[in-house]
Design a protein around this ligand. Sequence first.
Ligand SMILES: Nc1nc2c(ncn2[C@@H]2O[C@H](COP(=O)(O)OP(=O)(O)OP(=O)(O)O)[C@@H](O)[C@H]2O)c(=O)[nH]1
Ligand SMILES: [Mg+2]
Length: 378
Amino acid sequence: MTLVVVVVLLAVFVMVVGGAVLVRSRRYPELEPPDIEAAAEPLLAADHDRLPPPVVTPEEAAAVEAEALGLPEPPPAPGRPRIRDRLGKARGLITGYVGSVLSRSSIDDSSWDDIEEALIRADVGVATTGTLIDNLRQRVKSDSLDTPEQLLSALRDQLKADLAVEDRRLHLAETGTNVWLFVGVNGVGKTTTIGKLGLRRAAEGNRVVMAAGDTFRAAAAEQLQTWAERVGADLVRGAEGGDPGAVVFDAVQRAAARGADLVLADTAGRLHTKVNLMEELRKVHRVAQREPGVVSEVLLVIDATTGQNGLTQAREFAEAVGVTGVVLTKLDGTAKGGIVLAIQAELGIPVKLVGVGEGPEDLIDFDPDEFVDALFAA
Ligand SMILES: Nc1nc2c(ncn2[C@@H]2O[C@H](COP(=O)(O)OP(=O)(O)OP(=O)(O)O)[C@@H](O)[C@H]2O)c(=O)[nH]1
Ligand SMILES: [Mg+2]
């Protein structure tokens, strides 16, 4: 009897508790244990690229902050190509020309003739080649070199020594609004170089203003505008045929007002015949120097494929506007590159940058050792 009562009470208890749980879970379905697999399914099925990354990098944090502040998106840092991978015809050029030196068992007159010819064919120019050979002869004598291998190794060292300069950096004045002026004849790559360099400076965190000082043709300003948009830089442009000095002056004022670090100023490579280009450039230079402007670099852009013509151009521009450095473009093409030596030896102007293509990353700081090694590459 007692047993029957206990069993009945137990059954009643189970029914009451079970019913309560059932009622609760119906009223509060969220209290039911979650179906993990069902919940994970949309995540597993989702496009992984659209899922938030697990870690926020400093660049991403900076991008979020920049967006919140309404700043333009910083351009990606361009990767730096190596000169030996990007040289066109110049790569291995000396090696190709001096093979005959190595085919002899000693150093004789023919070895010297071959080296001289190789340098001239490499665009070094007659005068610079003469000096180079004289220095090399002295070195061979003083170091008692007697094998062709030693001779070529001395040539390589001599080329590096002749290209060595103490300071190849691009300068910025500490006070005032820095202006880098780009000059050169038409088609050498001034505008493209400004674009590439602007991209690099912006990626390094600088605020850049571009000045479309080539008012000779409207397309020049459009071309610079495209680069300015890519860089996220301010562009100052004037009317077609307008005063280039006024454009550069306005750009300096705008840079100063906005606290920008640098003005990259484009200029025309050719003008209407009645206007003298050098006169015009002198004027632009003077105006760019007006307070708070400080012209801290005048970069002469030379197309390396023009060979010895580049030297004549360098001489003319150096006289007119005091060139502080050379940008040698198009070394990725048919250029032989020896002009680098002539410019430095004869005019004492260091080559600071080289252009090795039309893309945004195709601008390299000139390194003489890497360059000479590339000329001797196998
Ligand atoms: N392959 C190669 N092409 C280049 C290089 N630099 C510039 N270019 C090309 O050369 C052409 C002329 O370049 P620009 O930058 O317009 O030359 P510019 O000196 O501004 O010419 P103007 O405005 O006419 O005085 C363009 O097609 C560029 O893409 C380089 O390093 N390598
Ligand atoms: Mg241009």
